[in-house]
Design a protein around this ligand. Structure first.
Ligand SMILES: NC(=O)c1ccc[n+]([C@@H]2O[C@H](COP(=O)([O-])OP(=O)(O)OC[C@H]3O[C@@H](n4cnc5c(N)ncnc54)[C@H](O)[C@@H]3O)[C@@H](O)[C@H]2O)c1
Ligand SMILES: [Zn+2]
Ligand SMILES: [Zn+2]
Length: 389
């Protein structure tokens, strides 16, 4: 089959690879009908996530048709149409029972390696390096889904792929990010990053009762999309003082909650910061906390920081003093997908959420490497890429 594969920093290819096979009785093989490129894939492309190996199949946002199931899988049958969550969950361990699905204790065969870095093993992830299990990803014609009696969400025929594809990752991620703000109604939420996650977080924050949303980025097309979603916008790189702009917009009160939807590759606002960031990530392998620090600074005292943005290892200096002194609450994590997929499907069916507006590029798997470049460079107005294998 054809699949997008990783061959080192910046080197993504469309290769011919062996078809996946059932390896365990709970598995299913899915013929992928749609898949997407995520901001998290850019961290792999950028070489920031250790334990990638040449030839690894990428992709963790996909959906399709079940073509084969293992003997022990009674939840699915060939012909079922499913969205596959990016986390792999056993459904039986204590973390799965608690609903902390991304902390599943059993699905990462390389959990010992992960425990060396994080203290404990966490859920296996599709297409996201060997430390998260080394599972082949879904930017491919077919994908093997382990524990497929737990994760995949069945979809009725009358909904299009594009309406539900983002249930595989970014819509639940944006929703959990907004939920982690602990909104009661009427609050002001500031969101760093107007990429796919930030843009969907605007919709989710309003759905959960935010009174105002301020979206912060520098890419004009993304800021325009944020305004279409109802947010006020600020350009973090316009040469001004971002914190002052936020204070002015909020009459000195500051946002009640902030969402960091940028992650480890955040850019500095000034040339000096940008140079420092390149030096940090290329020489001492430190991840970049510019957006996080700005969010910590601008959050009002006793407010909440929700951080869906991905960090993987050691990060450059964090404004820990401001975090502690202001009594901020920090909530983060890989998304607990199975908490959100079904309720969000209902929101989609009822027309309360529509995530399709962020799709700017549709292409084949063969075009994938080119679209990785476009998405990373934010060229041609690229915000979200959907690939049809
Ligand atoms: N927690 C999870 O389960 C989960 C799931 C999906 C994605 N993510 C993460 O969410 C983050 C966003 O994903 P995405 O797909 O939207 O990525 P993206 O790369 O398309 O978007 C990031 C945006 O941040 C902007 N940005 C860069 N520096 C900034 C700064 N200093 N201030 C404000 N904006 C800045 C960029 O211009 C870009 O528009 C990534 O880190 C991704 O890995 C997490
Ligand atoms: Zn993702
Ligand atoms: Zn589990």
């Amino acid at each position: 089959m054809r699949a997008l594969t990783w061959h080192g920093r910046g080197d993504i290819r469309c290769d011919t690879v062996p078809d996946p096979k059932i390896e365990h009785e709970r598995d299913a093989i899915i013929k992928v009908t749609s898949c997407a490129i995520c901001g998290s894939d850019l961290h792999l492309m950028g070489g920031f996530v250790p334990t990638m190996e040449s030839g690894d199949i990428l992709g963790h946002e996909c959906m399709g048709e079940v073509v084969e199931v293992g003997r022990g899988n009674t939840a699915l049958k060939p012909g079922d149409r499913v969205v596959v969550p990016f986390t792999i969950c056993c459904g039986e361990c204590r973390q799965c029972k608690w609903g902390n699905w991304s902390c599943c204790e059993r699905t990462n065969p390389n959990g010992a390696m992960q425990a060396q870095q994080y203290g404990y093993p966490l859920a296996g992830l599709f297409g996201y390096s060997h430390i998260t299990g080394g599972y082949a990803g879904g930017q491919a014609e077919y994908i093997r889904v382990p524990y497929a009696d737990v994760g995949p969400l069945k979809i009725l025929e009358e909904i299009t792929d594009e309406q539900v594809l983002f249930l595989s990752d970014i819509l639940p991620t944006a929703y959990m990010a907004a939920e982690n703000c602990g909104l009661k109604g009427g609050e002001t939420v500031a969101i760093w990053g107007a990429g796919p996650v930030g843009l969907l977080a605007i919709r989710c924050a309003f759905l959960l009762g935010a009174g105002r949303v301020i979206s912060i980025d520098t890419v004009p097309e993304r800021l325009a999309m944020a305004r279409e979603a109802g947010a006020e916008t600020l350009d973090y790189a316009d040469g001004g003082d971002l914190h002052q702009h936020i204070l002015e917009l909020t009459k000195g009160a500051g946002p009640d909650a902030v969402i960091e939807a940028v992650g480890l590759e955040s850019h500095g606002a000034t040339t000096a910061q940008s140079i420092a960031s390149t030096v940090m990530s290329k020489t001492v392998s430190l991840e970049r906390p510019f957006a996080l620090n700005q969010a910590i600074l601008s959050c009002r005292p006793a407010g909440t920081i929700s951080m869906p943005g991905v960090f993987a290892g050691q990060v450059g200096p964090i404004a820990m003093g401001a975090l502690m002194q202001k009594g901020l609450t920090l909530r983060t994590g890989q998304t607990h997908m199975l908490r959100y997929m079904k309720p969000l499907l209902e929101h989609i069916q009822a027309g309360r959420i529509d995530a399709t507006g962020i799709i700017t590029h549709r292409a084949t798997l063969e075009d994938g490497p080119n679209l990785y470049d476009l998405f990373r460079e934010k060229k041609d107005g690229c915000v979200k890429v959907v690939l049809k294998p």
